[in-house]
Design a protein around this ligand. Structure first.
Ligand code: FES
Ligand code: MG
Length: 578
């Protein structure tokens, strides 16, 4: 009765002390689902399905799932779907990032605990793809990432609308009084009209492109729109690829290497991709013990051109990117900068892939490396006494006129303080000031929300001010834009210098020198440090996941992953954190 090979339902058995009985028992229960005995002997491709009524981006997953199953059957495997947590970006409080690690643990443990020989990961919305890749990396079972694909754009009058850069653009106009109540209500129903992920090069699209670059997704699949029939074909092909990996395994540990991670960084920079992706890539690579250094990112940034003309950096949308040539065209332009011996779940190397005929490329959307949109990468890390372990600025989405500037700090001590005062007509602020937000980092009560895109105070926005220097330990949506310094590390709520900034202090920003300095002398900072008290509720006063998070979450430069999820299980304390 026992299979020679420990695969399919005979894999990883519950130990009742009698192996044959365990197989017998499991097959008996599986037989209750109507499987024939022949089917029960097949190897299994698990399908991690993150469909949820709270995830509008994944609403087509039921149909996509059928295509994946078809592909698995075609490859001789038995497809078995299982649910995991889903993270619908806009529905989660206090912020979706807090639950990314939970989803990664769910994914990892369910891959390991249940009998499967390979797995297809169905995700798409911002945090789901990093969570699945982190989990799959730690489980190290052959895994294919199938992304949801982007939404299609919609229309408002003569303008194209795509979530969610246009959400922000119109909301900004509404705040400035340029758009009426009626118009903003009308636009609300037009911003997101199909299934799929945000229609611009936000976090979801950036992570889809990174998954393809890392080799976890099949070539050419990152940008296929959610509602295009090609997306279903990608589902079928992903199922087939996973089934093939049962006989010819390619494990995440073969995909995730120093070289593939560096390729992914290049791609992130060339896309003008989301700032969140640097945190996620750091966390994914960290599961294999690979460090993403911000100093190295800066070196790559200086030599990687921005090639993709998509919002929020440029003007087009993901569907345009797909029809313009997608990731294949971007990788081909970057070819001289990439490591070509990295692998993909297709079984081919990146070099093999780039031998193929590029096909049509729309140069309005994907520029040649010789004629880039910008000669340098979209992201830059800043260092200095305000951010000893780094901060991130998306220079491609920022106003260059603010790049070399000294300004007076206007400090908001929390999100609540910001909400209470930012639109106060008496707020003492000018467009030359630097807005500073504290207590919005990973260990703060707010859990590092996408609040780094501080709203321009209404008294200034109504005068036409569109951008100001804004500094915080928070994140920013991948669809946002502005001169925004994010992920300041160490964060303010654990004693970082950001927490010591006071109204009226001078801060100096230099993108050229990659510096961010608080111009307050050390003696004064020491005095403030001695008086400083953390606003964080002590971890031991919390319970459940909230407590686990407070105790375990690492800083942004370590991907905000958990210390216990690192390959060697090191702790934050061992790393010299508090
Ligand atoms: Fe799901 Fe933007 S809300 S990708
Ligand atoms: Mg987003």
């Amino acid at each position: 009765m026992t299979d020679e090979k420990e695969q399919g339902f005979a894999r990883g058995l519950t130990n009742y002390g009698d192996r044959d009985f365990s197989v017998y028992l499991r097959r008996s229960f599986a037989a209750s689902m109507g499987y024939s005995q022949d089917v029960l002997k097949k190897p299994i491709v698990g399908i991690a399905n993150s469909f949820s009524g709270f995830n509008s981006c994944h609403r087509h997953f039921l149909e996509l799932l059928e295509a994946v199953k078809r592909g698995v059957l075609l490859g001789g495997g038995l497809p078995v779907e299982f649910p995991t947590i889903s993270l619908g970006e806009v529905y989660l409080s206090p912020t979706s990032l807090k639950f990314r690690n939970l989803m990664s643990m769910d994914t990892e443990e369910m891959i390991r605990a249940q009998p499967m020989d390979a797995v297809v990961l169905m995700g798409g919305c911002d945090k789901t793809v990093p969570a699945q890749l982190m989990g799959a990396a730690s489980a190290d079972l052959p895994a294919v990432q199938l992304v949801a694909g982007p939404m299609m754009t919609s229309r408002h009058g003569e303008e194209r609308l795509g979530a969610c850069t246009d959400c922000r653009r119109f909301w900004g106009k509404y705040r400035a009084g340029e758009v009426s109540d009626d118009e903003i209500n009308h636009i609300e129903g037009r911003l997101a009209t199909t299934s799929g992920t945000c229609a611009v090069m936000g976090t979801a699209s950036t992570m889809a492109c990174i998954a393809e670059t890392l080799g976890f997704s099949l070539p050419g699949t990152a940008a296929i729109p959610a509602v295009n029939a090609d997306r279903l074909r990608a589902g079928e092909a992903s199922g087939l690829a996973a089934a093939r990996m049962i006989t010819d395994p390619i494990k995440p540990s073969q995909l995730l290497t120093e070289k593939s991670v560096e390729n992914a960084l290049r791609v992130l920079l060339a896309l003008g991709g989301s700032t969140n992706a640097i945190i996620h890539l750091t966390a994914i690579a960290g599961r294999m013990g690979i460090k993403v250094s911000l100093e190295r990112m800066n070196e790559l940034s200086d030599t990687t051109p921005v090639l993709v003309n998509l919002k929020p950096v440029g003007s087009a949308y993901m569907e345009d990117f797909f029809f313009a040539g997608g990731m294949g065209a971007v990788l081909r332009e970057l070819k001289p900068l990439l490591h070509l011996d990295t692998l993909s779940v297709s079984g081919e190397t990146l070099g093999d892939r780039l031998e193929e005929d590029p096909g049509y490329v729309d140069r309005r959307i994907i520029a040649r490396a010789e004629e880039p949109l910008e000669p340098q990468g979209g992201l830059v890390a800043l260092f200095g006494n305000l951010a000893p372990r780094g901060a991130i600025l998306k220079r491609s989405a920022a106003d260059e006129r603010l790049f070399e500037k000294e300004g007076r700090a206007v400090v908001f001590t929390s999100l609540a303080d910001l909400a209470a005062r930012v639109d106060d007509p008496d707020l003492d602020i000018t467009e030359d000031n630097f807005m500073v937000l504290q207590n919005a980092g990973p260990k703060s009560a707010s859990g590092m929300p996408e609040a780094g895109y501080l709203p321009i105070p209404r008294k200034l926005s109504s005068k036409g001010v569109k951008d100001m220097v804004r500094i915080s330990d928070a994140r920013m949506s991948g669809t946002a834009f502005g001169t925004i310094v994010l992920h300041v590390t160490p964060e303010s709520s654990t004693g970082g210098v950001l927490g010591l900034v006071r109204d009226g202090d001078r801060i100096r920003l230099s993108v050229k020198e990659k510096r961010i300095e608080l111009l307050v002398d050390e003696a004064e900072l020491d005095r403030r440090r001695a008086e400083w008290v953390s606003e964080n509720e002590p971890a031991e006063m919390r319970r459940g996941y909230d407590r686990l998070y407070a105790e375990q979450v690492l800083q942004a430069d370590e991907g905000c992953d958990f210390a216990i999820l690192q390959p060697n299980g090191r702790t934050g304390a061992e790393k010299g954190e508090d």
